[in-house]
Write a new protein. Structure first.
Ligand code: URA
Length: 291
């Protein structure tokens, strides 16, 4: 090959890579292409009874065992998600149940499961949409650029993930525990399948307040078709949607606000989120959950 044709080849490869990036293909998953859009074989998966303690090797083993099993269809996935969520008596049970669950195709393309971060005793639980590339790599929610902004926003009213005092702590999770390829928005079916898990997650943590960041978590958790612009800036009463789950032990208030990724693209909206944080602070004082 002449040096001229080598240069042309390099230019073409660069263009192709840029085209992939523009279209959200920013991760190499395997050397050979796999058609993940094929309809999976519909085989029932035996319900799980997991009681193992939280530990990475347990989760890794469960993931390996589950990865050989075929995916299941949406209706069956919802039924199984409800049954597994109901069975989970602790956060560890829930984490293991999600790790072995084969009803979400995003699990097959993600690198890591992203379950939670922060203090599980926190009065305030923040719920986002789904992990992005950084979260997928680290296995923790909100660790990328939008996570750093989220931390700053919460810190402005004295809340941190690391705080031991439940009044000053936050606990963070997402509706979806696996990164959708190319950071696409989770589909309505994915949200329906993941709902029993996040609702059980809320029940096990029993926060006093939910902060729902962005349109997707707000619509899913508040079971509404209204958009975030209409729903933010007001308090809502969260009610469990999944019929199989027990009712809540106490009222949980929900405050929807803009997603930090939206703020990174629209910094002039930071003032709106600041108003939401002022509301949150006032409510904490009213409920006596500040220290
Ligand atoms: N966006 C989310 O909604 N969740 C994350 O964990 C990261 C980015």
């Amino acid at each position: 090959m002449t040096s001229n044709s080598l240069n042309i080849k390099k230019c073409v490869e660069k263009d192709v890579l840029e085209w992939f990036l523009d279209n959200g293909v920013d991760e190499v998953l395997a050397h050979n292409p796999v058609n993940k859009t094929l309809v999976p074989e519909q085989k029932p998966v035996a319900p799980l009874q997991v009681t193992a303690q939280p530990n990475t090797s347990v989760q890794t083993r469960l993931l390996e065992e589950a990865s050989d099993k075929p995916l299941i269809g949406t209706t069956q996935a919802i039924i199984e998600a409800c049954a597994l969520a109901k069975q989970a008596k602790t956060l560890t049970d829930l984490q293991n149940a999600i790790a072995t669950f084969n009803g979400l195709a995003v699990k097959k393309t993600a690198m890591n499961m992203v379950f939670c971060d922060g203090n599980p005793k926190a009065d305030i639980m923040v719920i986002g949409e789904a992990p992005g590339a950084d979260e997928d790599r680290m296995g923790k929610p909100f660790v990328g650029a939008s996570g750093q902004l989220l931390d700053k926003i919460l810190k402005s009213i004295g809340l941190t993930r690391a705080a031991e005092d439940p009044h000053n702590a936050t606990y963070i999770s997402n509706i979806l525990n696996w990164r959708p390829p190319g950071n696409r928005t989770p589909t309505p079916d994915e949200m329906k399948i993941a709902l029993p898990f996040i609702e059980r997650h809320i029940q096990l943590v029993q926060p006093k307040i939910l902060v729902l960041v962005g349109n997707t978590p707000m619509k899913t958790i508040l079971n509404t078709k209204e958009g975030i612009k209409k729903m933010r800036g007001r308090w809502h009463s969260y009610q469990t949607i999944t019929p199989d789950l027990d009712p809540l032990e106490h009222e949980i208030l929900a405050l929807p606000t803009f997603h930090p990724a939206f703020l990174l693209r629209n910094p002039y909206e930071k003032k709106t989120v600041w108003q939401d944080m002022v509301m949150l602070q006032k409510k904490r004082e009213e409920l006596g959950i500040t220290s």
